[in-house]
Design a protein around this ligand. Structure first.
Ligand code: ZN
Length: 465
């Protein structure tokens, strides 16, 4: 069995910060021992990694990505191959992507399609959530089978009428089913019916620029949908995970539900923490780069999101990585913001941006690892295999240089997209080396991984219930 020792670093997990050496055996963490002790120095190893002055972190878990997702007549630009490679560059060693049920087809067929896209392509490990486009008797029955085989979370949309939208009755039925089978319903909470009216009115009045995308997708319509989702989950006796929370009033709804003791969870994304409607209003058609749903909000929402993350009103930061090139894809919406493909790149930037939040004083180091690694792993049934550094865990380990300075740019990133949403932003901290199940994927800032190393992860049910 191959043995690796990582020595001299500061091991940071959601619960501890310890100067410990880490022994890896056959792809798993075998032991930790205090640095400099006889125990640690007696370990024999095939490979030794010097982590002096570095953090030794569990690999990031990004629970919300959309590789090669079809949207509005085009596809998200990252394949599973390029997207998981970029994830590794950014210190993320697990993604959970969304398989999509095509309207009128079975869940199984959608899942098979996503397996075919990912199989043999991924640089790091991956799992799937399932998007329910059609809630009927047969898809409800299929939910039970999927939970049993490791697809334990199901996304529903209160937005996008005619595409992914489910009405309240369908949502209630899916939640009732989830309450019986252990599944977790993930909700895109925006009132899409009302938003579509506002879109139509804006376009009719000639308000066609990207900034109006943010205008019509009102805070009140995110908060209202979040409230309604909470009440439906409460009636169904089901847990609820609200994806990409962007508005202060939506955080309030989640906090109020949690205060009542309801099993309601919230996720936000780096774009809502670091970007704002100022970006959507950039001149020319530049704002299209920042079109995603839920939309970016005015700057003042950011402080509420940071507070929510600190207070555990929000538990997870994922990326909603769904990149479309500016050239040829975002441009489809020139003269009509409603035709701009919704989504932004970010899978490579999440760990660094959240480390910057540690530097800036928004988060503690341990909370950084909690919201980026441990909590998403627990939320989606992957802990402690993923999300921590402890004996028995997969040896998904990031050697992180907390003092390195870097400038985020499309020139240097590894995502298959022609712009960066964070172009020119200086951040402190950078990934040096990444192991996936003990195997180097990034070594001293060189990619040494390969497509097909990443394996599919059947998941357990939510570990917060
Ligand atoms: Zn998404």
């Amino acid at each position: 069995m191959s043995r690796t020792v990582i020595h001299g670093g500061l091991v940071v997990t959601a619960s501890d910060e310890i100067h410990a050496d880490v022994l890896i055996e056959g792809g798993r963490i075998a032991a930790l021992a205090a640095h400099g002790t006889d125990a640690a120095t007696s370990w024999s190893a095939d490979r030794r990694i010097d982590a002096t002055g570095m953090y030794v972190l569990p690999g990031g878990v990004d629970a919300h990505t959309h590789m090669e997702m079809p949207f509005g007549g085009t596809y998200a630009a990252d394949t599973f191959e390029t997207g998981t490679r970029a994830a590794a560059w950014g210190g993320t060693t697990t993604i959970v992507d969304f398989a999509i049920q095509t309207m009128g087809r079975s869940l199984r067929e959608g899942l098979d399609t996503w397996h075919a896209k990912a199989d043999g392509k991924c640089a790091v490990d991956y799992g799937f959530h399932m998007i329910l486009s059609d809630v009927d008797d047969s898809s409800l029955k299929e939910m039970d089978r999927l939970v049993a085989e490791g697809i334990t979370s199901f996304k529903l949309f209160m937005a996008y009428p005619g595409v992914f939208y489910s009405d309240d009755g369908q949502i209630l039925r899916a939640m009732q089913r989830a309450s019986g089978n252990g599944g977790l319903v993930m909700m895109h909470a925006e009132n899409g019916i009302a938003i579509d009216v506002l879109v139509e009115q804006a376009l009719a009045e000639g308000r066609t620029d990207p900034r109006y995308h943010g205008d019509v997708r009102k805070v009140a319509l995110e908060a209202e949908a979040t409230h309604r989702a909470v009440q439906l989950a409460r009636v169904a006796g089901a847990p609820l995970y609200v994806v990409h929370v962007s508005a202060d009033e939506a955080v309030d709804e989640i906090a109020a539900a949690r205060h009542k003791g309801l099993p309601v969870f919230g996720e936000t994304c780096p774009q809502y923490l670091f970007l704002s409607t100022d970006n959507l209003a950039e001149p020319g058609f530049e704002g299209a780069k920042y079109v995603c749903s839920t939309p970016l909000r005015p700057r003042e929402h950011q402080e509420v999101l940071w507070r929510g993350l600190r207070n555990n009103e929000l538990q997870v930061v994922s990326t909603d990585h769904c990149p479309f090139c500016f050239s040829g894809q975002k441009e489809m919406g020139r003269g009509d913001f409603s035709k701009i493909p919704n989504g932004m790149p970010g899978v490579e930037n999440r760990m660094d941006l959240l480390h910057q939040a540690v530097v800036d004083g928004h988060l503690s180091r341990r909370r950084w690892i909690e919201i980026a690694c441990a909590s998403p792993a627990r939320m989606f049934g992957l802990y402690p295999k993923k999300g921590t550094i402890a004996p028995g865990a997969d040896a998904d380990v990031v050697i992180y240089d907390p003092g390195a300075e870097q400038t985020i740019s499309a020139e240097t990133h590894h995502m298959a997209v022609d712009y960066s949403a964070y172009e020119g932003r200086r951040v402190t901290g950078q990934v040096r080396t990444v192991l996936s199940r003990g195997v180097p994927v990034i070594e001293d800032r060189a990619y040494v991984g390969h497509a097909g190393h990443g394996t599919y992860l059947p998941r357990g049910t939510c570990q917060y219930l």
